[in-house]
Design a protein around this ligand. Structure first.
Ligand code: FO1
Length: 324
């Protein structure tokens, strides 16, 4: 079974461990299409947080508590940069992680596209799934916030600054995936979706991870046209995000912070939206969204087995909606 997964960073990586476990044996590899709008250039290095979280998690190099960066990390370079007063000091660059950014930056500067860089880095990490950036073009989420008390002026900042420096506590007025209008899907993305037997939407941030993947021209169309059923997994359980700050992002786009609210944001495929099916946690049993088949199963990714059970439930739901 050819499975394609749209995913962001930390939640998406954990989910992919379950997908790999379920699909591990099959000849066709899983294809993961990963958000790159969190990417940022700092201290002259190109950093791709979601691609790295996926690569390190599937390659067993991740720091499991943080969900980003390397295990057994040290922070000497970060501290030395801070000693020079080199801004930004709020972004944690780990020494081991810097090697990844140096390789990536050197290859990008030599003219290799991000997808080729990702393949080269995967030679070391062997993630066991095909990891594709959503695009090889530069797309960066910028967050528009009020710039003064009475909210007359506005300013935009990079998503990483809003997320890390301001802990997503500055009220966001808009998320702008800058560059998306000119970005093309990376090589292999449209083909993978078109030839998929199943498309899974990982329980990642619906706005700044899945939403940004959908903002790349051609990806929504490919998802609408593929014969594969599209089944999503809710990142919201019992009215709160499992991790990260999806609950800070959903109201900005006018979506309710609930499993049903995210399904409605994605929309029903038969109504021109994304989803055929939607998995919600048992605490949200009874959630419904017009035109979408909803099933309630345990959605806590305690370990790979729990996540694999979620993936099997998604496959079962896909077979049911295909039959519908
Ligand atoms: N997240 C933080 O909260 N603080 C950090 O200092 C930080 C550094 C960092 C460095 C490399 C990297 O790949 C990720 C990093 N992250 C950090 C996480 C990152 O902001 C998020 O994982 C994604 O952007 C959200 O999906």
């Amino acid at each position: 079974m050819r499975i394609v997964v749209l995913a962001g960073g930390i939640g998406g990586s954990r989910f992919l461990l379950g997908v790999r476990a379920v699909a591990g044996g099959s000849a066709e590899p899983v294809t993961a299409i990963i958000n790159t709008a969190d990417d940022v250039t700092l201290h002259g290095l190109r950093i791709c947080p979601d691609l790295d979280s996926v690569m390190y998690t599937l390659g067993a190099g991740i720091d499991p508590e943080r969900g980003w960066g390397r295990a057994k990390e040290t922070w000497t370079v970060r501290d030395e940069l801070a000693a020079y007063g080199a801004e930004p000091t709020w972004f944690g660059l780990g020494d081991r992680d810097i090697a990844t950014h140096l390789i990536r930056t050197r290859m990008l500067n030599a003219g290799y596209p991000l997808s080729a860089v990702t393949d080269a880095l995967a030679e070391r990490w062997r993630p066991g799934v095909r990891v594709l950036p959503m695009t090889d073009d530069r797309v960066e989420t910028h967050v528009v916030v009020a710039d003064d008390d009475n909210g007359t002026n506005r300013r935009a900042m990079h998503f990483q600054e809003w997320w890390i420096r301001h802990r997503a506590e500055l009220p966001a007025e808009k998320f702008v995936p800058t560059g998306a209008e000119d970005a093309a899907p990376a090589p292999g993305v449209v083909e993978a979706i078109a030839s998929a037997d199943l498309v899974l939407i990982a329980p990642s941030n619906p706005v700044v991870s899945i939403g940004t993947i959908l903002s790349v021209g051609g990806i929504r169309t490919a998802l609408a046209q593929t014969s594969a059923p599209v089944v999503g997994i809710s990142p919201i359980i019992g009215g709160a995000a499992v991790r990260g700050m999806a609950e800070r992002c959903l109201p900005v786009v006018g979506a309710e912070v609930s499993a049903a609210g995210v399904a409605r944001l994605y929309g029903a495929r038969r109504g021109g939206g994304l989803l055929d099916g939607w998995l919600v946690d048992e605490t949200d049993a009874g959630a419904s969204a017009e035109g979408i088949e909803v099933r309630a199963v345990p959605l806590w990714m305690h370990d790979v087995d729990a996540t694999a059970a979620m993936v099997r439930a998604a496959i079962k739901l896909a077979q049911e909606v295909r039959g519908a």
